[in-house]
Design a binder for this molecule. Structure first.
Ligand SMILES: [Fe+2]
Length: 220
């Protein structure tokens, strides 16, 4: 049975950590991630080993509540983009979330600051990945150039292994909103990360926030 965590009216009845959406499919992926995290110290090898379990979730139907599959007009990312927590580890070492990008909308150019896997569950996305040319020593500026672009449809996924391929944006290119599923080794929406303006080089700190769960106070 689906938990009601994405039904906003009931959100206050639930803990903001753990399985916010509790289904066997989500538990299977989180269990496998925890097993492989303990077994494989190298992040690149671990993410590779996780791909089959992640692909199994993307290939399954019926586990994502419609309330976690809808745009969010109050989005801090803008454009009606919805980010919904499905699982959050108590120690902030892992999260699973859905990202809903309305038709024609784009995310800001952003980073993630943790290893992980991202895959398409519905619709299609165009992903543009940037390469950083400066040394990162100025927190307010970045010199970026486009490293690659790719189109992704259901079941296709890519790896995040910072600093490689960690800065990107995605745009929905289907005639329905796209939904991507993210498994990342932090509490992504609550981490202070960065938005980038590639044309001007301006870097702005941001916390995207979850539509269905609070972040700890700003001090963290
Ligand atoms: Fe992203």
């Amino acid at each position: 049975m689906l938990s009601g965590m994405c039904d906003f009216g009931h959100a206050h009845h639930h803990q903001p950590y753990g399985f916010l959406v509790d289904t066997p499919e989500i538990r299977a992926l989180i269990d496998e991630t925890q097993r492989l995290t303990a077994a494989i110290p190298d992040a690149a090898a671990r993410v590779e080993a996780l791909r089959p379990a992640f692909a199994a979730l993307l290939a399954s139907d019926g586990w994502l509540p419609e309330s976690c599959a809808a745009p969010d007009e109050t989005s801090r990312m803008g454009g009606g983009i919805g980010q919904y927590a499905l699982y959050r580890a108590d120690d902030k070492s892992l999260c699973l979330f859905s990202l809903v990008v309305p038709v024609g909308a784009s995310t800001p150019v952003h980073d993630h600051l943790a290893w992980g896997l991202v895959g398409i569950y519905r619709g299609r996305q165009d992903e543009t990945v940037y390469r950083r040319l400066d040394d990162g020593s100025d927190p307010a500026r970045a010199n970026l150039e486009i490293a690659k672009r790719q189109e992704l449809g259901r079941g296709e996924c890519y790896t995040l292994l910072p600093p490689a391929d960690d800065i990107h944006y995605v745009r929905t290119i289907s005639e329905t909103p796209s939904i991507s599923i993210h498994l990342l080794a932090n509490d992504t929406a609550c981490v202070w990360r960065h938005k980038f303006e590639p044309l001007t080089g301006v870097v702005t700190p941001f916390r995207s926030g979850y539509a269905n769960a609070p972040c700890p106070p700003d001090a963290e």
